[in-house]
Design a protein around this ligand. Sequence first.
Ligand SMILES: [Cu+2]
Length: 144
Amino acid sequence: MRALMLTLVTLSLLQAACSGGASTATTVVSSPTPTGPMTVSLREWAIDVSTPVTKAGIVKLAIRNDGSVPHDLVVVKSDLAPNRLPTASGRVELSQVTTVTQTALLPPGDRAEASFTVERGRYIVLCNVIGHYNSGQFTSFTVE
Ligand SMILES: [Cu+2]
């Protein structure tokens, strides 16, 4: 996480240096915490999150369906392995897990936002369209 943030800061500084012409890099990094939303990309058959480790508090997700079929997004708090959630008929049984948030079905290219409060622990992010979780469309992030 720290290495990633340093990389991002370095990239910002490089961008500023390249686009700023003769001016020196004056980018001020005033906040030690990430301010933007966690981006979530849905596709066949994976989910990519930009921030695999985050801090307790409010998490904001910027979700996009980058796949070619409709997907949805469900966030579950669970200490189970990400591929071990209870399923029935090709879907995760949400009544048997702690569901934090759930989007509507997103057509390809569509976006959605979600924000919710997280505490320490592991959160599993999945698509619950029939068969998609079993095809590997899930990931997880950790809250420290
Ligand atoms: Cu899906």
